[in-house]
Ligand binder design. Structure first.
Ligand code: FE2
Length: 284
């Protein structure tokens, strides 16, 4: 059953490339997800980190190891750390709640609480409303953006990273805390989705490369802030240019993102995100 977007929301979606849906998430689901994230963080804080994490994110030059950590994270639940979280010996030098940058990228398939949050009838209905015929849940992330630490995410669109032919990716950005300009809410260029993707990030050999399709820089002066209270869902087109600033406040800015693609579209073998045979992509 389609999630009922009202006529104004439909217009906003096609004109701007995004639509803001306050109070989209039910309170119990929101609380359950926050609790689950806290449990995962507590597990890490107790020293139970996935093998290799401390070494990969230690302050010695680990670019290649960090690339591998990322490129093999399509079908696991894996932490990514802020710069400087570990010293050269792999010892954590800040509190875990200041150390984590994000979790990725298959919580929605591997964790029952994330699965429940990501596969609601409302979200399935919204995907149908946005034109999805065979929606596949391809990627999930928890984005921590800790106070005074969470940094800028440069202006980009997600089709760059989750390429399909034709373009199909749509992102759902869920505010788990109130997101404001001060704590680094999402910003976007209304209507910018019509310009298509200007870059494509893909695998090449054992690493990655970014193809520049259009060198024109984004007009950053056209970005508008999208402040969102906890429980809000921002649905956004895969070609929508978006950005977020640093968290300069004393408040956390926890968010959860989920991306879907259409199974009818071609998913190239050189996309960075490749599932193994044990965890095929699934719909709602
Ligand atoms: Fe993004």
């Amino acid at each position: 059953m389609p999630y009922p977007l009202d006529p104004q929301q439909r217009t906003t979606w096609s004109r701007d490339g995004f639509v803001v849906l306050p109070r989209f998430v039910e309170d119990d689901l929101l609380n359950d997800l926050r609790k689950r994230i806290n449990e995962i963080v507590a597990t890490f804080a107790n020293g139970d980190l996935p093998a290799g994490a401390a070494t990969v994110f230690s302050t010695t030059e680990q670019t290649h190891a960090q690339d591998d950590w990322f490129l093999t994270s399509a079908d696991v639940i894996r932490p990514f750390f802020e710069k400087g979280a570990f010293d050269v010996d792999g010892t954590l030098v800040v509190n875990m709640d200041r150390a984590l940058n994000k979790l990725g990228h298959a919580m929605h398939d591997l964790d029952p609480v994330f699965n429940r949050f990501s596969r609601t009838p409302s979200l399935a209905g919204l995907a149908a409303e946005l034109g999805f015929v065979e929606p596949l849940l391809v990627q999930s992330m928890v984005i921590f953006k800790p106070p005074h630490i969470g940094s800028e995410v440069v202006c980009h669109c997600d089709h760059t990273f989750l390429w399909t032919e034709p373009q199909s990716v749509v992102g759902f950005w869920f505010a788990l805390d109130d997101a404001t300009v001060d704590n680094g809410c999402m910003w976007a260029i209304p209507g910018g989705h019509r310009g298509g993707a200007r870059t494509r990030f893909r695998r090449e050999g054992s690493g990655t490369i970014t193809d520049v399709l259009d060198p024109t820089p984004y007009d950053l002066s056209a970005l508008v802030p999208i402040e969102a209270s906890a429980g809000t869902c921002i649905a956004f087109h895969g070609c929508l240019p978006h950005w977020s600033g640093p968290n300069s406040s004393d408040r956390p800015r926890l968010a959860y993102t989920l991306h879907i693609i259409d199974g009818a579209a071609h998913y190239p073998e050189d996309n960075w995100l490749q599932r193994g045979p044990d965890l095929p992509l699934r719909g709602f």
